[in-house]
Design a protein around this ligand. Structure first.
Ligand code: ZN
Ligand code: ZN
Length: 435
């Protein structure tokens, strides 16, 4: 791998007692696209199936075809002609229907959606898969799942991770500024995710690895320190964001969970996406929504710091909570999408009174430690607002068309998405509404 920070943890036993491993190769640097023939020779590939869309073909696809043809590797390609490609049945169907099964490998040229679709094609065809990144827009490069819409539902589908991830900084640095803003937004989320991972470790005893957390923390710092450079098209800054996103993906592989890279801010985004699928309401790019979710989470953590846990108040609040009534609210808010969230409670029993009582004891006992974690991990909301302003990232739900009126429901519904202890669950445990 060309990212030394990853080699340091890969295949080594760690203080957290896990052995972290990630099998894919990551090649990042200027001009690394020229290594493609050499990479393909590892798989004895003489013929490849190339997947791109009109934008990514312009950005790098054409160049990739030329490099491969010069190396006498034949290319059979499918270029999506939609400007805005959706990760759904139609796109996957098109990519699969156009495959030449005699190819030896699949090469995708693109970022989020192209990668999500191509990972599925590579998985079902059992072909080696190489992604040539064109933009630092999301942290899915190193993940083995595809974020898709199926039967009208947003799902995370098991697919496969690319055997080789190529990030040519000469290409990446030319990506549109909006995609840098998106990638930066997905990175900012990591402030919250690491903070919540540590809190969950205390409150519900969830597994936590300081080495992985530190890996993500350092790459996030590098992105933020170099953020001004992104506005000037600086290659070092572009590399920091691309590497940060790849490292975040690998960190999730190392940890075996999404904790290092996603917390409540991702659930804000997830809920707006769910509503968009169900009701056709507007939605923005993943990283932009995550940046907004991060800003809201930071403001809420700031409010949380001023409260003092009150045991009686918390117990009374939980006593008066009706899961049935709450389920109705969720159905109204999300439509059919609420069903799986409601069903999840059957397994989780997070609203169980006894379980709550135990968590509350732990929270009260460790309140100072929780406050210390918040102080250590989180920047001020003002700092993030300034950064968002520089990249013209919207700071209100109205600006992205989601509407401020659903803020409260969004915040409250985040606790029901997965069995993950996050800010909204901590607030519920405390009987506090810090909206
Ligand atoms: Zn570890
Ligand atoms: Zn993300």
């Amino acid at each position: 791998m060309s990212i030394p920070e990853l080699d340091r943890l890969n295949n080594k036993s760690c203080a957290c007692l896990k052995e972290h491993s990630f099998d894919s190769d990551v090649i990042v640097g200027e001009g690394v696209i020229n290594k493609l023939p050499e990479v393909l020779s590892r798989f004895s590939a003489k013929k490849v199936y190339l997947i791109a869309d009109v934008n990514t073909y312009d950005a790098a696809g054409e160049e990739v075809c030329k490099i491969l043809e010069d190396a006498e590797i034949s290319v059979h390609k499918y270029i999506f002609n939609q400007k805005h490609l959706h990760p759904d049945e139609t796109s996957v169907g098109l990519a699969i229907m156009n495959i030449d099964m005699s190819c030896d490998a699949i090469v995708a040229v693109g970022s989020g959606v192209i990668n999500d679709i191509s990972k599925i094609v590579a998985n079902v065809s059992s072909k080696p898969y190489i992604i040539v990144g064109t933009a630092p827009s999301m942290d899915g490069y190193a993940s083995a799942t595809s974020s898709m819409t199926r039967d009208g539902f947003k799902i995370s589908l098991d697919s496969k991770c690319a055997e080789v991830i190529i990030g040519d900084i000469n290409i990446i640095s030319k990506a549109p500024l909006k995609l840098f803003a998106t990638g930066l937004g997905d990175m900012l989320a990591k402030y919250v995710s690491i903070c919540e991972w540590r809190i969950a470790n205390i409150v519900v005893g969830e597994y936590y690895c300081e080495e992985i957390a530190d890996l993500v923390r350092k790459s996030l710092k590098k992105c933020v320190d170099n953020a001004d450079g992104l506005l000037k098209g600086d290659k070092k800054a572009a590399a920091a964001v691309f590497e940060g996103l790849v490292i975040s993906g690998v960190a999730m592989n190392f940890a075996g969970c999404s904790r290092p890279a996603s917390g409540i801010e991702h659930y804000f985004s997830h809920l707006w996406d769910m509503r968009s699928v169900e009701f056709g309401t507007p939605a923005e790019l993943h990283g932009i929504q995550c940046a907004l979710g991060t800003l809201f989470a930071l403001r809420s953590y700031e409010k949380l710091k001023s409260i003092k846990p009150d045991k009686e108040k918390a117990l009374k609040f939980v006593e008066n909570f009706s899961f049935e009534a709450w389920s109705e609210e969720l159905r109204k808010f999300l439509g059919k999408g609420a069903d799986s969230m409601i069903a999840l409670e059957e397994k989780q029993k997070k609203y169980d009174v006894e379980k709550h009582r135990k968590r509350l004891e732990i929270i009260i006992e460790n309140w100072d430690e929780i406050l210390k974690i918040i102080d250590e991990e989180l920047p001020s909301s003002e700092e993030i607002e300034n950064l968002m302003d520089k990249f013209s990232i919207p700071k209100t739900m109205d600006e992205i068309g989601v509407g401020e009126d659903i803020y409260e429901m969004t915040f409250l519904a985040t606790k029901d998405i997965r069995d993950k202890y996050i800010l909204s669950r901590l607030c519920w445990d405390l009987g506090e509404t810090i909206l």
